[in-house]
Ligand binder design. Structure first.
Ligand SMILES: *Cc1c(COP(=O)(O)O)cnc(C)c1O
Length: 422
């Protein structure tokens, strides 16, 4: 490979999805230059059409008032139907297994209330040592809630000494060894710091063989890698919709409950009126009749304004299809990796697995020059209009997102980082 700028432009010219970039508004510098935005793993770019979708809700509210719940082109009581089918496709789920509600951390709690049921002898939760803080806090507070002690009942799994990614075989062995005392397993679909994509099927199978319930946090996975939650018999999952799904800051989140559990009445849940069947919801009776499926877990009515931008983004996902996006993503991230290996040899360690099947769009680069020089290099990138993000103690994360990033973006990022480190 030549790996020069010309080549990146040729790759862009040959990219069948390049036209989709125009359907997103990419962030700009103070002086109006378009930035090289590589932070779709943290907050996806704004779909151009998002503003129209929000304005539509504002208009219905202005003109219809309370009637907007039942009238207008998209009544708010049924607004869920604008997003759930597309979310179900992205999750590899049936429609009734998916709901848009709350935020991710709240959904983790709601699902743990139902699916983490400690019993005599089987009390523990398995997570990863490097879990995202919110997931760790959620799990630890659930343990406290049940009167348990995280020092005893939290089982953590870590990569081997000197390695940055989890080996599936190690996860499976841990589940087999500790299984009898583990009630629930909560792991990421794609790890937020390293970008490793975990083997959901193998982990779920191992968990079920050991008698555990198995859930996944898909914050970095949904819209990034292909998922088959139904087929793989995952018990529950939750995710946010503002990363690869471009739903905007504070966007409503998603949750999945496998159909095996969707109608169960023995599971405790933190219920509310919006989880009640629409048929009888507004009769305002004292009895709770849950909607069969994931929608039965909704406590209250959803924030329609925080859902509207997601409609725009999901229309784009439906039009292109995740398989086509994933194909481009594999090429784009593979190209980024080749550039890093060639131009930054010896200067960075790639924490993300080299196997494309074990990662999504993002690469995590650990700079080897020491924390302060690494931080200075990151600041220089920002000053040059290149926007990856930073994680202590010296990791730069960069995600070329197939919807709106180009091969040239990848080239400019690596070229700027090489110049900065030189
Ligand atoms: C982004 C992210 C969150 C954020 O949770 P919110 O409830 O949306 O604030 C939580 N967990 C993981 C793993 C994430 O990547």
């Amino acid at each position: 490979m030549r790996l020069d700028r010309e080549q990146s432009l040729e790759l862009d010219a040959a990219d069948g999805l390049r036209g989709w970039r125009e359907r997103f508004v990419l962030p700009q510098s103070a002086d109006g230059r378009e930035l090289v935005y590589l932070c779709g793993h943290s907050l996806g770019a704004q779909p151009v059409r998002a503003a129209d979708c929000v304005e539509e809700v504002m208009r219905d509210w202005r003109t219809l008032g309370v009637d907007g719940h039942f009238a207008g082109d998209h009544p708010w009581t049924r607004y869920q139907e604008r997003v759930a089918p597309a979310l179900a496709r992205l999750a590899g789920a049936q429609e009734h297994e998916v709901v848009a509600m709350n935020t991710l951390s709240v959904n983790l709690h709601l699902l743990l209330v139902s699916f983490y049921r400690p019993a005599a002898g089987r009390k523990a939760i398995l997570i990863e040592k490097d879990a995202f803080p919110s997931d760790r806090h959620a799990v630890q507070s659930q343990l406290h809630f049940h009167g348990l002690d995280p020092r005893r009942d939290l089982v953590e799994i870590a990569p081997r000494e000197g390695e940055s990614d989890l080996r599936t075989e190690d996860v499976v062995v841990t589940i087999e060894r500790e299984g009898p005392r583990i009630a629930t397993i909560l792991l990421p679909g794609v790890q937020y710091l390293t970008g490793q994509s975990l083997d959901i099927a193998a982990i779920t199978q191992a968990g079920h063989r050991a008698g555990c319930t198995v859930g996944f946090d898909l914050a970095h996975a949904i819209g990034n890698v292909e998922l088959e939650l139904h087929e793989h018999e995952v018990d529950f999952a939750a995710w946010c919709n503002y990363k690869y799904l471009n739903g905007g800051p504070g966007c409503i989140a998603g949750a999945f409950v496998h159909e095996r559990h969707g109608r169960r009445t023995d599971l405790p849940r933190l219920a509310g009126w919006w989880g009640n069947d629409l048929e009888t919801r507004f009769e305002m009776g004292p009895e709770f009749r849950p909607i069969p499926g994931a929608q039965g877990w909704q406590p209250g009515n959803p924030p329609i304004l925080a859902m509207a931008p997601l409609v725009a983004s999901l229309e784009h996902f439906a039009a292109v299809g995740l398989p086509a996006l994933r194909r481009k993503s594999l090429a784009l991230t593979g190209y980024l990796e080749a550039l890093v290996r060639e131009r930054l040899r010896g200067q960075v360690t790639i924490l993300t697995p080299a196997d494309p099947g074990q990662r999504g769009a993002m690469l995590s680069l650990e700079l080897r020059c020491g924390r302060d020089r690494a931080r200075a290099a990151f600041e220089t990138l920002l000053a040059r209009g290149i926007v990856p993000d930073w994680r202590e103690p010296g990791v730069i994360r960069a995600a070329p997102v197939p919807f709106y990033n180009s091969f040239e973006d990848a080239w400019r990022f690596v070229d700027a980082l090489a110049a900065t480190l030189a």
